[in-house]
Design a protein around this ligand. Sequence first.
Ligand SMILES: Nc1nc2c(c(=O)[nH]1)N[C@H]1C(S)=C(S)[C@@H](COP(=O)(O)OP(=O)(O)OC[C@H]3O[C@@H](n4cnc5c(N)ncnc54)[C@H](O)[C@@H]3O)O[C@H]1N2
Ligand code: MOO
Length: 418
Amino acid sequence: MIGYSEALEIILRESARLETLRCAPEHALGHVLAESIASDEYLPPFDNSAMDGFALHVGGATLRTGTEFDVAGAQAAGDARVEAVHGAWEIMTGARMPEGLDAVAPVEQVEVLARDADGRPVRICLTADVEAGQHVRRRGEDVMRGTEVLEAGTRLGPQHLMVLAALGVQSVSVVRRPLVAVITTGRELVDDPAQPLASGEIRNSNGPFLAARVIAAGADVVFRETVSDDPAAFLSALERALDAGADVVLSTGAVSMGRYDFVPDALRGVGATLHFHKVRIRPGKPLLFGRLAGGQLYFGLPGNPVSSAVGLRFFVEPSLRALTGIAPERPLRVPLAAAYRKRAPLRFHLKGRVAVDETGRLQARVLPGQESFRIMPLLAANAWIVVPEEAEAPEAGDLVEVYGLGHLEAPLMDEVQA
Ligand SMILES: Nc1nc2c(c(=O)[nH]1)N[C@H]1C(S)=C(S)[C@@H](COP(=O)(O)OP(=O)(O)OC[C@H]3O[C@@H](n4cnc5c(N)ncnc54)[C@H](O)[C@@H]3O)O[C@H]1N2
Ligand code: MOO
């Protein structure tokens, strides 16, 4: 049986980045950049005023309170370049600085001594000193032309679209979203919530959970079906999953030691390469990973709900990151709230809650109810706490690794403070 780091290495090796496509930034939300973006423009594109006021020439010295100026013109946002030869220019926020002027006195720091017939100021007096450069936003102060503004591997959020729009980027190269199929196995499973449970039956909770988690992880679900403990039915569902275009197939159940645990043999029977089966973790030990004959990746997640959740979070999500070109995750390291004793020499993935203690410091609490059939503690969890194989009994205050519930989610601050 292999350990987690070896399993992860194999998954990352097998998860080569998917193809890229070009699209307008407005269609790229949630996609991962395939190449870095350098700016062809300056931001701001020209020197402009940060205040409504009067643009002035200061030069080397300071303009003192009481200095008077004639107002030579006015410049509003959108007005083109003008040359200022003398005096002050009335200027609005965002308006281009007249050439030759280098500071702005806000209206609040100016007294208007005279106005023309239309009420426009024609002579002003400074009521505060003015330094060169004050209230002027310089060309390129935010972004210089040629600067790399976004790295390949960045998942585009609204703030990235803001920068791309500001810089006039017309198209970006992004990695296409991975397509995922979810097959839940087990003749005990009932999908229809309106159907009463017959003796021995349970409701399928893994299917909806995994589908939702896959979407939250930045991939698309192209197929979801439930099959009985029957290899022929399973293989026909697998065929439909591949017809739907899946890059990655997930199944739950039928990977352990039972008489009906047919998944490994069924996969071998259709020419799959199984890279590993069983990992030194809890929960989720019987997890299987391989590649199908057609090149698609296959994750056989154990059937227990929390085992399938751990399989998704710590095996499938790292693969989805690699498939889209996102760098591997780095966990937070947070002190444990209380000592924790592991009951096996395995890597434990624990339903946890990160919270602030009385001193305002973060701490990680292992929630009660860690058995892999218990899903109610997931409602209290805002993080996964990982205790590695070699740490037997971490003490209160020892640092443990903490991961968000999904790879794109950090523990939420409002929950942390609750
Ligand atoms: N003799 C052994 N028995 C078991 C071992 C072992 O090492 N030796 N490992 C245990 C571990 S650990 C796990 S995890 C489970 C994994 O079993 P399978 O992946 O083969 O899953 P099933 O047996 O089909 O189901 C396990 C459990 O989960 C329930 N289940 C399955 N699918 C769903 C679903 N879609 N929604 C909700 N619940 C589901 C199922 O009814 C079972 O209770 O094996 C242990 N046994
Ligand atoms: O480790 Mo299994 O995954 O007990 O539930």
